[in-house]
Design a binder for this molecule. Structure first.
Ligand SMILES: Cc1cc2nc3c(=O)[nH]c(=O)nc-3n(C[C@H](O)[C@H](O)[C@H](O)COP(=O)(O)OP(=O)(O)OC[C@H]3O[C@@H](n4cnc5c(N)ncnc54)[C@H](O)[C@@H]3O)c2cc1C
Length: 425
């Protein structure tokens, strides 16, 4: 980290400004985080061959990018996302030695659980490894969530929920990833990736799913340099006049295509199956079919990503096995998600074959799951096979993968947490 706190900006801005190269992965990570966190910021793509770019009246050092300039004039050079979050005042140590409830994951399920738990008087901590909002935070427009007839941007919905949870007294710790949990003395003792430690009498795992990858060579190298996961809410404005590609045929891909079609010259959806997914909402299917600059190419899968410093073209293979190479500057991958519950491997928690946490009555169908269940009662509906440890939202086996379902499960899990705590007092 390199900071220069004494630079006076002759044109003070009330917004954060990010200077960087358009196809730089670190600059993308910052933009993505700020946009999902609903921080008002200006993105200033820098032509690294132009020596005349001035920041705060002095020449920008294009070898030291990205540069983040804060409204108070302070700067961070080539910072990690965590450093920016820290500078925004968002990184805190846990305030309590022990909580009634710890919640992992601040997507819709975790935020909802935090709102209800805090409003009902529990000492609750909500831990998020990244930006608040989860998958919903990366949705450009959620149109089927109750009460928003015009739709609502996912990041805005998440920001409102964050504010509500904090207002009720929930403690929010962002950039904190739970990596290990041990259950003993009726508590969960969790280790965090940054070395921290959180103890609670009950916990809700609301860690959702993460983007499934194509599994192609160069995919990781080109991430943020023309390859993106999700709807690319922070990227849409940069696609003006471009031909862009979206991989996937379900709701998230449909939303991405419609969002990008506002600025891109053309959007091509590459769909593996013979048609858009049956799970895509009807209103989205109709809009895609009516959009003059969106084409759906079915029976097509991306088989190679080509380009050195940035994506330049993609190879597409059709159902007959024929391949073609097409020029492409941006590719948005929206092919669903998978849970990251590797941390549960060291616990007695039962997961299904895909890694989703099994809860409630579904435990009856998992051989041996309840052999060491110590209580007279059966596990509650959202309870795992560890008493007091619950799962809500997309991470739960059999859950409905929708914002409303995740919000509902978060709220419902808190009811069971109360019952568990009352019985263990
Ligand atoms: C682009 C897109 C568009 C969508 N559009 C719609 C829509 O229009 N309508 C609709 O109903 N649904 C929509 N969905 C689905 C909906 O967003 C999800 O069903 C919902 O977000 C699930 O909420 P969740 O809280 O269970 O999990 P998530 O939203 O996945 O949130 C989980 C959170 O947990 C965090 N996390 C993960 N592991 C850890 C850890 N170890 N420690 C701490 N934190 C951790 C993650 O960073 C994440 O923030 C969309 C999804 C996507 C991706």
């Amino acid at each position: 980290m390199d900071t220069q706190d004494d630079v006076t900006d002759p044109v003070p801005s009330r917004r954060v400004r990010v200077y960087g190269h358009e196809f730089d992965a670190d600059a993308y990570a910052l933009r993505d985080f700020l946009s999902r966190s609903v921080v008002r910021f200006d993105w200033i793509p820098v032509d690294v061959t132009d020596p005349a770019v001035l920041v705060a009246g002095r020449r920008l050092d294009v070898t030291r990018l990205p540069l983040v300039v804060f409204p108070d004039g302070t700067e961070l050079v080539a910072p990690a996302v965590r450093e920016v979050a820290d500078r925004l005042g968002w990184i805190h140590a846990p305030r309590r030695q022990e909580y009634d409830l710890s919640i992992y994951g601040a997507g819709p399920a975790g935020l909802s659980a935090a709102v209800y738990a805090a409003s009902e008087g529990l000492d609750v901590v909500l831990l998020e490894r990244d930006a608040v909002g989860g998958q919903a935070g990366s949705s450009s427009l959620i149109e089927n969530y109750l009460g928003f007839p015009e739709g609502v941007a996912g990041a805005e919905l998440a920001e409102r929920a964050r504010e509500q949870a904090v207002r009720f007294g929930a403690e929010l710790l962002v950039m904190r990833e739970g990596v290990r949990g041990v259950f003993h003395d009726g508590r969960i003792h969790a280790d965090l990736a940054d070395g921290g430690h959180v103890v609670a009498r009950a916990n809700i795992c609301a860690t959702g799913v993460e983007w499934r990858r194509l599994g192609l060579p160069r995919e990781v190298d080109l991430l943020g340099c023309g390859v993106y996961y999700g709807a690319g809410t922070s990227e849409a404005d940069g696609c003006v006049g471009e031909q862009v590609f979206v991989v996937g045929g379900a709701n998230s891909a449909g939303q991405a295509a419609m969002n990008l079609s506002r600025s891109a010259a053309h959007v091509t959806m590459l769909v593996r199956g013979p048609s858009l997914s049956a799970t895509m909402s009807e209103y989205l299917t109709a809009r895609i079919q009516a959009a003059p600059n969106v084409t759906v190419r079915t029976g097509s899968r991306v088989s190679a990503l080509l380009g050195d410093a940035r994506l330049e073209s993609i190879e597409v293979t059709d159902v007959r096995g024929s391949t073609s190479v097409t020029a492409a500057t941006r590719l948005f991958i929206c092919i669903g998600g998978q849970p990251d519950t590797r941390w549960a491997a060291g616990t007695p928690m039962v997961r299904d074959r895909l890694g989703y946490l099994v809860t409630g009555p579904d435990l009856d169908g998992a051989p041996g799951a309840l052999d060491r269940w110590p209580l007279d009662r059966r596990p509650y509906y959202l309870e795992t096979n560890v008493p007091g440890s619950f799962a809500a939202g997309d991470v739960r086996a059999g859950s409905v993968k929708r914002v409303a379902a995740a919000v509902g499960e978060g709220a419902m899990a808190v009811t069971f947490v109360h019952r568990h705590l009352a019985a263990s007092d």
